[in-house]
Design a protein around this ligand. Structure first.
Ligand SMILES: *[C@@H]1O[C@H](CO)[C@@H](O)[C@H](O)[C@H]1NC(C)=O
Ligand SMILES: *[C@@H]1O[C@H](CO)[C@@H](O)[C@H](O)[C@H]1NC(C)=O
Ligand SMILES: *[C@@H]1O[C@H](CO)[C@@H](O)[C@H](O)[C@H]1NC(C)=O
Ligand SMILES: *[C@@H]1O[C@H](CO)[C@@H](O)[C@H](O)[C@H]1NC(C)=O
Ligand SMILES: *[C@@H]1O[C@H](CO)[C@@H](O)[C@H](O)[C@H]1NC(C)=O
Ligand SMILES: *[C@@H]1O[C@H](CO)[C@@H](O)[C@H](O)[C@H]1NC(C)=O
Length: 494
């Protein structure tokens, strides 16, 4: 026993001095069994909490899937869903995670391996951020007041702590990715990583800080800038044949090509924009080609409070349908993200029960006590139910336009892939195309089709400084959900 006591003593002395005890991927975080999945996992999965402060107050939860190809050589990719307030398990369950979730009659999901999982080519971390989102929590509820700046600091601290837990991944190329409101999370976090300064430094004293081998980032249908995003809808609606040529020409002339909300907008311009909105308002804004979901039991629900397009969202004939819901992806039509306090999705829907959407697979599976245990999440009695998008977090958009962030990052040599599902009306490709062009970089790869599976999968334009704009043809807001094969093929940085 003596040697053991001594070893423990030495370890605790080292720990109290703040030295990291070098270890490899923690066995305790391994995910070994998942409800609904009978096969064997094609690669190692880990999940659990990372405390990002000394007191263990703020705890960010992650799910990590090792690459199924080359663990030591493939990049590590951080994935972030938006909201703000939405869990990145959205991406795991509905987009590019290792499983396809099949709904069964008993409502228990059956899990099949996803042949287009991004774990085919990368080691991927799904992070619930900021605290209060998904399974992430803080012991102090005042931490549920968040903003872009704080979220970037915290996610950066998470990455440092995570790399200390998984030191074998410190040398892999590292990428940050996300979609929708993560159009803000990704560049702000990337900027913190590049600065390399940790704000809550107390926690990290006398520990060799891991270096993040940061190479670049990916943003899909990302919120970027109120002017570019606000100007995107009218040309999109015109190009897609949703408004008449006459209305387009008149709106363009009267509004002088400036459609984002401005205090000095003329009454004539506002009236024309109302016409544009009326023409497109019944569409599924996340994919104008898809019908809308309409659940039959909507009793306890004030239908009048919802835009009509929400009611039928996601209705589809497909056997494994795209998600039947609109919740949590981005903003209703015309509510461009502006600086200031952002309403949460549940607030936008004014406390109504969310009958128009169907996230049952995710919500049921992630609240199954067996699943929570398997993924090392706290029990529901301790931190509440897992929700796709939460209203727990009071969120302020304080980082402003992302364009300067993109400029600094790309001029510093980091690669950027800005991709757009071209049938998304929520953050339309026209805005992303326009802001990438506005950077003024030389075109090095002129607009051309790109191929996937021997078919034109979309179009791309390459700029100097490793900035690439790319569309995915026929896809809605959540590209890997609508076009999983193309999404996997579209990631040239891999
Ligand atoms: C960290 O190192 C500095 C300088 O080596 C030392 O003064 C300080 O006491 C150390 N702090 C801790 C917490 O060990
Ligand atoms: C995996 O990647 C490493 C680092 O790039 C490389 O040395 C190794 O050959 C690769 N292994 C395989 C099986 O491709
Ligand atoms: C897993 O195995 C059990 C027992 O053999 C079976 O009842 C169940 O249907 C299987 N599930 C899947 C997803 O194959
Ligand atoms: C955002 O968070 C940071 C860090 O906590 C804080 O210093 C700042 O005042 C906040 N800004 C706004 C506008 O809320
Ligand atoms: C961009 O870089 C400039 C020059 O280093 C710096 O002053 C500015 O704060 C940076 N902006 C952002 C958003 O990172
Ligand atoms: C673009 O990225 C490639 C691969 O990482 C790199 O070799 C090249 O130097 C980068 N180009 C610029 C202009 O940063």
């Amino acid at each position: 026993m003596g040697w053991l006591m001594e070893a423990l003593l030495v370890a605790s002395v080292l720990l109290s001095l703040g030295f990291a005890v070098i270890e490899s991927a923690p066995e305790s975080a391994l995910v070994t069994e998942l409800s609904g999945f009978n096969g064997s996992l094609p690669s190692k999965h880990y999940a659990g909490y990372v405390a990002i402060d000394k007191e263990g107050r703020k705890n960010l939860w992650y799910y990590f899937v090792e690459s199924e190809r080359n663990v030591s050589g493939d990049p590590v990719v951080l994935w972030l869903n938006g909201g703000p307030g939405c869990s990145s398990m959205d991406g795991f369950i509905y987009e590019h995670g290792p499983f396809n979730f099949e709904k069964t009659k008993t409502k228990a999901a059956r899990l099949h391996l996803n042949r287009y999982s991004w774990s085919k080519v990368s080691n991927i971390i799904y992070l619930d951020s900021p605290v209060g989102v998904g399974y992430s929590y803080s012991k102090d509820k005042s931490d549920y007041t968040a903003n872009d700046t704080q979220t970037a600091y915290d996610s950066h601290a998470f990455l440092i702590e995570w790399l200390k837990m998984f030191p074998e991944f410190q040398s892999n190329p590292f990428y940050i990715s996300g979609e929708s409101y993560a159009g803000v999370y990704v560049p702000t976090l990337a900027s913190e990583v590049v600065k390399g300064h940790l704000y809550n430094y107390r926690f990290y004293k006398n520990v060799t800080m891991p270096v993040i081998n940061f190479k670049g980032y990916l943003v899909g249908n990302g919120v970027t800038d109120p002017v570019f995003d606000g100007n995107a809808l009218v040309p999109f609606a015109h190009g897609m044949g949703l408004i008449s040529n006459e209305l387009y020409e008149e709106t363009k002339a009267v509004c002088k090509g400036d459609y984002h909300k401005k205090p000095d907008r003329s009454i004539e311009c506002a009236e024309l924009l109302r016409k544009v909105s009326a023409d497109v308002s019944l569409l599924n804004i996340y994919n104008i080609l898809e019908p809308c979901f309409h659940e039959t039991s909507v009793s306890a629900f004030d239908m009048g409070s919802l835009p009509p397009s929400f009611l039928e969202l996601g209705k589809t004939e497909r056997p494994l349908p795209v998600r039947k819901r609109m919740f949590g992806r981005a903003w209703p039509l015309g509510t461009v993200v502006r600086p200031g306090i952002l309403p949460s999705w549940p607030q936008i829907l004014a406390g109504s029960s969310l009958s128009c959407m169907d996230d049952r697979v995710a919500t049921t599976w992630l609240n199954d006590p067996a699943v929570r245990k398997a993924v090392h999440a706290k029990e529901e009695s301790e931190i509440g139910r897992w929700e796709l998008c939460t209203k727990k977090v009071a969120y302020t958009h304080d980082a402003g336009s992302m364009i300067e962030f993109h400029r600094n990052l790309t001029l510093s040599g980091y690669r950027a892939l800005i991709f757009s599902g071209d049938h998304d009306m929520c953050v339309p490709y026209t805005g992303s195309e326009a802001w990438t062009k506005s950077m003024g970089y030389k075109v090095v790869d002129e607009w051309r089709p790109w191929m996937s599976n021997n078919q034109v999968a979309g179009f791309t334009q390459g700029y100097a400084n490793n900035l690439t704009f790319l569309t995915i043809k026929g896809s809605g807001h959540t590209v890997p959900e609508y076009k999983p094969h193309e999404a996997l093929d579209s990631i040239p940085v891999f």
